[in-house]
Design a protein around this ligand. Structure first.
Ligand code: R5P
Length: 310
């Protein structure tokens, strides 16, 4: 088994390789002067099972193309099988036609990854679980919930907890966390009046004097979470902690979080945000590297991945 990294999140790849006690495959990824990407695998990988680690995070188009070209290079170098480890699966939010004459990017990206030559995909908290069905190869969708529940049990004291979903689509994820913590759930009725804008219509559930734990898969502009936290505080919540797997954190998101009512935002390192969040004291990063490393180990040894979540 060998591990190759793309350029999107080398820090995470290094942590995974340290956990697996293996070196990253010697390779070079460069750009021609017009921006085209050029990949070269610089060691023999014939007959090896290769795991390529690459998030489709910003710049999403470059990182996606890099992933596809890496898979192609591995295939043409006679790798035995290729697993695309995609900690953050970008383009997943368009998973159906939300309006006439729109694309379904999640399906197109799935087709591209398969066509490039991947034999398997490993990812974390897919925006919608059914994206697994867009592939005709195995997909292991890992969950950050166990990492979050451990952190909550260790760091958030007090008994009056409630898990809150920031929108109706996140209820299943919220229920999974609430079950682990043995607490109830609340739901925010969120509307999107326009792309990138979010509005809280209602809060379902009693949050008065409670410590609210919001859980979500993605924080992008920060609008959803900042508005949700404000709505909970307006309804008498004691404080608000937020747990989100993928810190997309575009535009002014970090500043918005810094100035918001959120006591603490915990994200994982599926996306490398080390530079962006330096100044934000209420943002904390937990590493997903051991979970991914353990899954890679289990796939290599043909043992159960789902047992990781029992
Ligand atoms: C939506 O369904 C997602 O789960 C997130 O809530 C959304 O992508 C967050 O976006 P933003 O931070 O821009 O409000």
């Amino acid at each position: 088994m060998k591990l190759l990294t793309g350029n999107s999140n080398k820090n995470l790849s290094l942590k995974i390789s340290k956990f697996l006690k293996t070196k990253l495959v010697h390779s070079s990824i460069r750009k021609f002067s017009d921006g085209e990407i050029y990949i070269e695998v610089k060691e023999n990988i014939r007959g090896n099972s290769i795991f390529i680690v690459q998030s489709v995070s910003s710049p999403a188009n470059d990182n996606l193309m890099e992933l596809l070209l890496c898979i192609d290079a591995l295939k043409r170098s006679s790798a035995k099988n290729i697993t695309a480890v995609i900690p953050y699966f970008g383009y997943a939010r368009q998973d159906r036609k939300v309006a006439p004459r729109t694309s379904i990017s999640a399906k197109l990206v799935s087709n591209l990854i398969t066509k490039a030559g991947a034999d398997r995909v490993v990812t974390v908290d897919l925006h919608a679980g059914q994206i697994q069905g867009f592939f005709d190869i195995p997909v292991d969708n890992l969950f950050a919930t166990p990492i979050f529940s451990r952190h909550i049990k260790k760091n958030i004291k007090g008994k009056n907890l409630i898990c809150v979903s920031p929108d109706v689509g996140g209820v299943e994820r919220t229920r999974a966390l609430a079950r682990k913590l043995d607490v109830g759930i609340g739901i925010i009725d969120k509307r999107r009046p326009a792309p990138g804008k979010s509005q809280v219509m209602n809060v379902i559930g009693n949050v008065k004097n409670k410590t609210c734990i919001i859980i979500d898969d993605i924080i992008d502009s920060g609008g959803t979470i900042v508005n949700a936290a404000q709505a909970l505080i307006n309804r008498g919540a004691k404080d608000v902690h937020v747990y989100i797997t993928h810190g997309v954190l575009s535009g002014e998101a970090v500043e918005k979080i810094r100035k918001s009512k959120i006591k603490n935002l915990v994200i994982t390192d599926t996306i490398d945000n080390s530079d962006k969040i330096k100044k934000a004291k209420n943002i904390e990063v937990l590493s997903i590297s051991i979970l991914l490393g353990e899954a890679i180990k289990r796939i290599s040894n043909s043992t159960s991945v789902s047992d990781l979540f029992k």
